[in-house]
Design a protein around this ligand. Sequence first.
Ligand SMILES: [Zn+2]
Length: 177
Amino acid sequence: MPLTCWYSNVRNNVSHTVWRAIARQVASEYNNRCGVCGGRGDRHPVECHEEWSYKHGVSDTGEKRYVQTLEGMIALCPMCHKVKHIGFAHEQGLLHEAIGQLMFVNQWDEDQVSSYLRLVWETWHARNEVIWDLDISALSRYGVRPDGSEIQKASSRTTAGYKRPSSEVFLLNKKRT
Ligand SMILES: [Zn+2]
């Protein structure tokens, strides 16, 4: 998720009650199992993860437009969820666990993990070069009214307070001795 949309994800844009209802529906659709590894967490089985697509095109008025679209929600076990937000996992001191899960689920070695993380890092940087509009109309699938009355605030583009993940995350090529 680019910086420009960092604070405008679904969870921050709907009430706590609405978010809980969405998360319950998603968990039940996935039978309380992780949509990636099939596992369950110890303290709670699954968490709700937003899946986005990133597209750009030209508007009717000839302006370039960049749209981040919510494609849907997936249930993930807490470990796979950390993999999806690996920069955040790093900030929480949980990078090692997240990488372990990444290697386990994909059967990857350290080089494959490094390549993947470099790609994530480059993609994230490229997406930060532009301002993204947010399309969360897919929320209607989860009972959130399309008129937006349950959306608490318009897409906020603030990046204040966000700490960039350290680049050391992406220097895993060095073999441990
Ligand atoms: Zn999982």
